[in-house]
Design a protein around this ligand. Structure first.
Ligand SMILES: [Zn+2]
Length: 483
């Protein structure tokens, strides 16, 4: 049974304009008093008229260009009609048969495959976001629902891929690559948990023998990369099993249920909505001139892929390190700020990708709020390079720096953990170790090369890790050779 998995994605990206797409209300809605950022336009009051926000169009064009799309010169907005309490007008202003952009692609590269692959973008169109419902529960059941229209009218770009994605892993890499691009462009913060980037997926199984595409299901309600991966894997397995057992996949919309770890039925094809699209009479057709497109194209900032190449070339970093550093823009910025005054780039990358990310992850702190600044980190690394502290002790100092925000120099001084560079002090300890471990010394003399590492370990123990292992090794050899 070698049937193929076929996945297409629909991603909604909230554009980071200051004001909403058709009115002057602020888009800064997160954690705000409900319904405090509203006006007659985004509340859908009769007689109010939408006015298109040019910045939203700029951001949409910029994103579409970065996704290698063709920008359509002539654009029309449509009304997508449906009733739901989070949509006060009972229609959403969207685009239908004349979208802003079409026929693009995004290059992705998964960890497993050596070669990159293009995922085709079918279209990208502009629309407005709906409000948000807050459901209140009593005895485990929804007792009443409240509505917050602060989100109503936030500009969205909906990006629709062709069904080119073949696994949950590819879907995740596609989304991570896309998120990274919108962050670099400054058009979206790409936060899945907060919903500033949202993803639905269409999934079906293609019969390898006759090439026939199976019925697809649509998946909704996935609010993190983890949820997307789990939901896709669950749905792929569910469909494959159904087909193997001779059953039929039904065309339906399913919802990811985080608590049960399953996709569950939401609505069937028969219940699918007919949106009765028609041109929005309150907005003029949008004409995007070639010069408008060019002015935006000329200002596309450095994107993650270019930055990765630059990191590999300028800082001589391996692909893996460069790739991880550029994925989240502020992480790459952190590296570059540190690299300005420090040129052991590989060591710097190791500490950022290792210790720093680990501690930040544990405390759930964003890199741009790191308690250890780039300047503070390179101060620590310079102490290692100069042989003042060992790498092992540096890790303890790092932990203290992270907790207290104090400088490396101060903490090293306080803890008295500077490396012993005084030869006599080490000589005394070596003398003691050699005397106490006659057998091991004999083993070494009789050719067991490894025995000396035990002796080095003993010296390191007596010095509490404050000696340089290389120096201890050569002093020990010298001492034993004398015997
Ligand atoms: Zn408004």
């Amino acid at each position: 049974m070698g049937n193929d998995t076929v996945i297409g994605l629909e991603i909604h990206v909230q554009l980071l304009t200051k004001t909403k797409i058709f009115c002057n209300c602020s888009t800064d809605y997160f954690d705000q008093e409900p319904n405090s950022h509203t006006c007659p336009v985004c509340l859908g009051l009769p007689g109010s008229l939408p006015v298109l926000n040019k910045k939203a169009v700029d951001f949409a064009i910029l994103t579409a260009l970065a996704l290698n799309c063709h920008i359509n010169e002539s654009n029309i907005f449509h009304r997508k009609n449906y009733f739901y309490p989070d949509l006060p007008k009972a229609y959403q202003i969207s685009q239908f048969d004349r979208p802003l952009a079409e026929n693009g692609f995004l290059e992705i590269r998964t960890e497993k495959s050596a070669e990159s692959r293009n995922i085709r973008i079918n279209r990208a169109h502009m629309e407005e976001d709906a409000g948000k419902l807050i459901h209140l529960e009593r005895d485990g059941k929804t007792s009443s629902s409240l509505v917050d229209y602060n989100r109503s009218g936030i500009p969205l770009l909906e990006i629709v891929t062709e069904p080119d994605i073949q696994s949950s892993e590819e879907a995740i890499v596609f989304l991570q690559t896309l998120r990274s691009i919108v962050q670099y462009l400054g058009v979206c913060d790409g936060n899945l948990e907060r919903g500033s980037m949202r993803c639905d997926a269409n999934i079906s199984i293609r019969n390898k023998e006759n090439g026939e595409l199976g019925t697809k299901t649509e998946l909704k309600n996935m609010n993190s990369f983890r949820a997307i991966r789990q939901a896709l894997d669950f749905e792929i397995t569910r469909q494959r099993r159904l087909i193997e057992q001779g059953g039929k996949v039904l065309q339906e919309t399913r919802r990811w249920d985080e608590s049960s770890g399953k996709t569950v039925f939401m609505r069937s094809k028969e219940e699918a909505l007919d949106y009765r699209y028609f041109p929005e009479p309150d907005l003029l057709p949008l004409f995007i001139s070639q010069s408008w497109i060019e002015s935006i194209e000329n200002n596309i900032p450095e994107l993650p892929d270019e930055r990765k190449e630059r990191f590999m070339k300028d800082y001589k970093l391996p692909h893996y390190d460069a790739n991880r550093l550029v994925e989240v823009k502020p992480l790459g910025d952190y590296f570059e700020r540190a690299a300005k005054n420090y040129n052991n780039y590989k060591q710097l990358a190791n500490w950022i990708l290792g210790e720093l990310l680990c501690y930040l992850g544990q405390e759930n702190i964003d890199i741009d709020k790191s308690p250890i600044t780039p300047v503070a980190l390179i101060e620590l690394l310079e102490l290692i390079d100069r042989g003042v502290i060992s790498g092992k002790i540096a890790k303890n100092i790092f932990e203290e720096m992270f907790k207290t925000g104090q400088s490396a120099a101060l903490l090293v001084e306080k803890s008295g953990s500077t490396q012993i560079s005084n030869k006599e002090e080490i000589d005394d300890i070596i003398e003691k170790v050699v005397r106490d471990n006659c057998e091991t010394v004999q083993d070494y003399i009789s050719g067991k090369e490894k025995a000396i590492h035990f002796l080095v370990g003993q010296v390191m123990r007596y010095t509490k890790g404050r000696a340089q292992p290389d120096m201890v090794l050569s002093l020990l050899r010298e001492r034993i050779d004398k015997t």
